[in-house]
Design a binder for this molecule. Sequence first.
Ligand SMILES: Nc1ncnc2c1ncn2[C@@H]1O[C@H](COP(=O)(O)OP(=O)(O)OP(=O)(O)O)[C@@H](O)[C@H]1O
Length: 507
Amino acid sequence: MPVQMNASADNRREAADIVLRVENIRKTYGSLVALRNVTIDIRRGTIHGLLGENGAGKSTLVGIISGQKSPTSGTIRLDGHEIFHADVRSMEEAGVFLVTQEPMIIDHISAAENLMLGIWPSRRGFVRWKKLKADAARMLEGSNINPEARAGSLDAVARRKLNILRAMFSGGKVIILDEPTAALTVPDRRQLFEFMRQLKQKGVTFIFISHYNEEILEICDAVSVLRDGSLAGGTDDVRSLTSEQLSELVLGRGLDLFQRDRRAAEGPVAIQLRNVIAPHVQVDSLELRAGDVVGFTGLPGAGAKELARTIFGLHPAREGTISFDGGPGERLPTHPRDALDRGIAYLSDDRRKDGVVGHLSIAANIALSSLDERSWMGFIDSKREARLCDDYFASMGIKAPSPLVAVDTLSGGNQQKVCLGRVLATRPRLLILDEPTRGIDIGVKQDVLRIIDQLSRTGVCVIIVSTDTDELVRAVDRVLVFRSGSVQEVVTGGDITTGNLRNLSQA
Ligand SMILES: Nc1ncnc2c1ncn2[C@@H]1O[C@H](COP(=O)(O)OP(=O)(O)OP(=O)(O)O)[C@@H](O)[C@H]1O
């Protein structure tokens, strides 16, 4: 019976190959079924992509794997052993780490101390500070993070990098990265991927959540796709897939990619900025015509985000004026309220800080910043408010039972859609969007780009601050590349390509 013996040896080898198995996992929130009997095998030493539309159940699944959430039913096996009553601590001790989109960093200690959190070297009960600093400095080499810097002073990207590095150096054998590349620059992303490949060689396994096909195709070995809480498909050989097939697997249909019909800068100037000077910003002149969609890009600190925030009154300008429709130059807004009063709206890239109010409903959030428009002599027109909320709820494709549920209960991408609905509802004349589709799935991303396009056709000027080159290529008329606080390059027409923008924004 040699054939049978070979088969069982193969089975054993195969079982040993599987570091993590989720089996028949089901999770419900009241009547909502977030996961329906999901079974996935994750092979040791691979990078396993987890894909799905917003609200498909990805964060819920990795929350369960990492011990943050408990399943309604089903089992998790690590190295073939069933795990009972897992919590975050026991899973980290077992080598399973979840790196979320919101870095868990302690602000008042240094980057080095944060990096080594939980693994501070000690001798006879005393922390070996010298060794800690030396180890941390080695790990942070090439990351542009000063090991001595107070974590609270680091920007969002540095915090995210620190969090990823912490999991990697804490001896994780299964590391889950939930949209780790959001906000990372191209060089940062390359560095992260290189690092993942090195650890993979050493047998570390990654579960990698991303909405970017190109990333999945570049870094993953295998993928599993969730659709509406069920496993919709997957493969152990990502190389056999094309980007279109990946989209189809995620959406259950083909993807209709959006491409703006670019306009030349013609017609009277609607908004003009002059001599704007602010920390990290020095811009002599910027002109927007009605209906222009302009992209701002560059490395962190190069001025793109800073200028956008200056126009909205979040980043104090030392000098500079703004004028509307050929009128006289006015001082720049000194406060967001002042900006909103003058028809300038802004979507922050930090939805935790200035995005949504979690315990309020979707409708209340959408209504928040457009209160003036729906009130008349101090009274709120509630019919109008309901209509407005219904419109945005439907057009943004927000996945929730109704506009009345609390934003807290939505998936990350759906929360982002609420933020976007909220700024669009202010009906501004200048709309500034900072990373508008970050965290949003590929299908809805096209819808959002379409909505921005339609809005611009009503005469609204739009500024999109973005590090997503694909987004810029699809959505804008021209791209301003920032360097050292100034506009270094203006890219127009056929020159707006992914390759060009990557080269220019890294230079
Ligand atoms: N605490 C909660 N209460 C009620 N429903 C919840 C809760 N947490 C998640 N859900 C629901 O479970 C479903 C799955 O959400 P999950 O966050 O896992 O999606 P996701 O695939 O990670 O989406 P995204 O890409 O937007 O991050 C969604 O319908 C979401 O609204």
